[in-house]
Design a protein around this ligand. Structure first.
Ligand code: ZN
Length: 224
């Protein structure tokens, strides 16, 4: 089996991405991050998802983005917006987060002898984050091949973003077909310690709209 490294957040998209990578025959090494986000429920979810979908290994790495703040997800003085998805890049964008995470995935991939990195970013039903777009993923892949011993010695590294052009409903239908239990996942930006979702933040709204559009019962546990 070929090894792949996958960024696993504990949310709906990365769980689906993991199921797709497993279906493609990869041994999947999952990487999650404690970067100073508001809650640890998503890390609990990532452990459940990694176990349920047969990850070869799951590691959680700490890096302290809360030292910088600058995002509603890493600075408790900045409120998570709950008024509905607005145009533009919202305050839930975390500066350079995906670049840092993908860089750590790249380091692990090179050590494992893996040529494949998976990331569950999505550019259709998303919040306008610059580091979720196809041109960003292509640029990171180009950089990865220039920056590594493996790349320079002719091993082509690929960054797979299989969800990037799918709607949230299409992602959910894909995951259901692959047996993903979305009840294990947590998407809310401000879930409580038990993983119960607020139902009002952008991530909750996009998730709920996705289940409705897919015609799939929403297994999310919501705060009363
Ligand atoms: Zn929420």
């Amino acid at each position: 089996m070929k090894p792949a490294v996958l960024l696993l957040s504990g949310g709906l998209d990365s769980a689906t991405c993991l199921a797709l990578a497993r279906r493609q025959g990869f041994d999947v090494y999952c990487l999650s991050f404690d970067y100073g986000q508001r809650h640890c429920a998503e890390l609990d979810a990532s452990r459940r998802v990694a176990a349920a979908l047969g990850a070869a290994e799951h590691r959680v790495i700490n890096f302290g983005l809360a030292q910088f703040g600058g995002s509603a997800l890493t600075d408790t003085n900045i409120a998570v917006p709950i008024g509905g998805v607005q145009p533009g890049i919202p305050v839930t964008y975390v500066p350079a987060r995906n670049t840092i995470m993908l860089s750590l995935a790249l380091a692990w991939a090179e050590v494992l002898g893996s040529r494949d990195i998976f990331v569950g970013v999505n550019a259709v039903d998303y919040s306008g984050y610059p580091d979720c777009r196809p041109e960003y993923i292509a640029a990171f892949e180009t950089m990865a091949n220039l920056a590594t011993k493996a790349g320079v010695e002719g091993v082509k590294l690929s960054v797979h973003a299989p969800l990037i052009n799918l709607s949230k409903a299409e992602i959910i239908r894909t995951g259901v077909a692959l047996g993903v239990d979305y009840g294990l996942t947590v998407s809310c930006y401000q879930a409580d310690a038990r993983g119960r979702a607020c139902g009002q933040c952008d991530s909750c709204r996009l998730r709920a709209e996705g289940f409705a559009a897919a015609g799939v019962a929403d297994p999310t546990s919501y705060l009363a």
